[in-house]
Design a protein around this ligand. Sequence first.
Ligand code: COA
Length: 424
Amino acid sequence: MKSHKIITPRDALSLIPSPSRIVLGHAAATPIRVIDAMIQEKQRFQDVEIVHMLSLGSAEYTHASMLGHFKHNALFVGGNTRDAIKRKQAEYTPCFFFEVPSLFENGALPIDVAIVQVSLPNEDGLCSFGVSCDYTKAAARCAEIVIAEMNQQMPWVHGNNTIHVDELDYIIPCDYPLACLEQAPIGDVERAIGQHCESLIKDGDTLQLGIGAIPDAVLMSLHDKKDLGIHSEMISDGVLSLIKSGVINNRLKPINTGKIIATFMMGSKNLYDFAHNNPMIELHPVEDVNHPMVIMKHDHFVSINSCLQVDFMGQVSAESIGFNQFSGVGGQVDYVRGASLARNGRSIIAMPSTASKERMSRIVPLLETGSAVTTTRNDVHFVVTEYGIAQLKGKSLSERARALINIAHPKFRDELTRAYHSRF
Ligand code: COA
């Protein structure tokens, strides 16, 4: 490692021009030391655009006091950036997760600086991107300047997940624990949803699951299955007990047999320790993992994602509540499309039947004005709530509406039925 490359977080600040566009390493690989230095010396920056999907941490660059210094361009909206989007201090850019690297590469969203986290190098001089390969690897490839926090605590995760130390322009040696994600509490509603999803999953299937209580509840219901595989945008702690019990063994996956394939992971230290130097787990760039044409190669593929609202036609909004941008498309459509192209593929949209402490139904005659359609009515396959399963594929508009009313919360069914009769 060349000694002139080694810098401190404070030295990194002079490498970031104003204005400029920077991309941060994703999710649990958010480069916290450089961000903290940027926040402390915010007066050095004007109009620096910070691009990312999820970030773990306080995302202080989105706070009101940072106005004029930093602006956030969100490719996904998380809990720590939602308020800035609401206040219009940050903006959301719609895009499929699998296409993010191509935005950096083809000039649609060129990058000046990538600030990433990597592991220590191995004897060949290769560093692992650790828990986040996704677009982080592409950002390091496409940016004019690459600044890497080389974190002693970043696990070595296998896959097409490395960068040579010579490709890092500047290195900041670090030693801090990765950010962890707490597991969401699982209640009766999630457990019932998990059991309905379980009935749609067969021995030998390859699965994709998102983040949160519903995916975890689905995984909890799969202990009697056999020979499951995982090919998923992300993995979290929910997979660990099924790996340990041998239910997830990836034995029947038609490609990457024997391996769990993902593009990032987010969970507890236990998960990160399990993934460290574990040949069973590989992370690959999101343009490969999430590409529908890669997903479709898995016969018997099942995707499970969640949403905020579904209308009578089966239009799924997973990202906004009216004009309020709540999250983003993420990989939902990548997987819904991949699953529908796969032989014996199934895609499941699983959600509680109500929101806001049962005050509103998530099944609605019409999406709220301003809501974005995430998964179209042409793509949707199964919708699951705690009250059952609605298969929408192959169903007419009126059949869809009836199937959805059947799985709505009973207290909203009369109202929904009246809306049905005035429409059909
Ligand atoms: N109207 C008003 N409020 C609503 C609502 C609606 N239709 N639907 C949900 N909400 C509220 C909930 O009540 C909850 O607020 P509360 O905690 O104060 O009660 C909040 O919004 C979050 O809803 P919830 O369903 O608990 O969110 P979640 O954390 O389970 O995430 C998605 C659900 C849809 C936002 C999330 O799955 C997502 O972002 N999906 C798109 C991306 C994707 O699918 N990626 C796939 C691979 S990771």
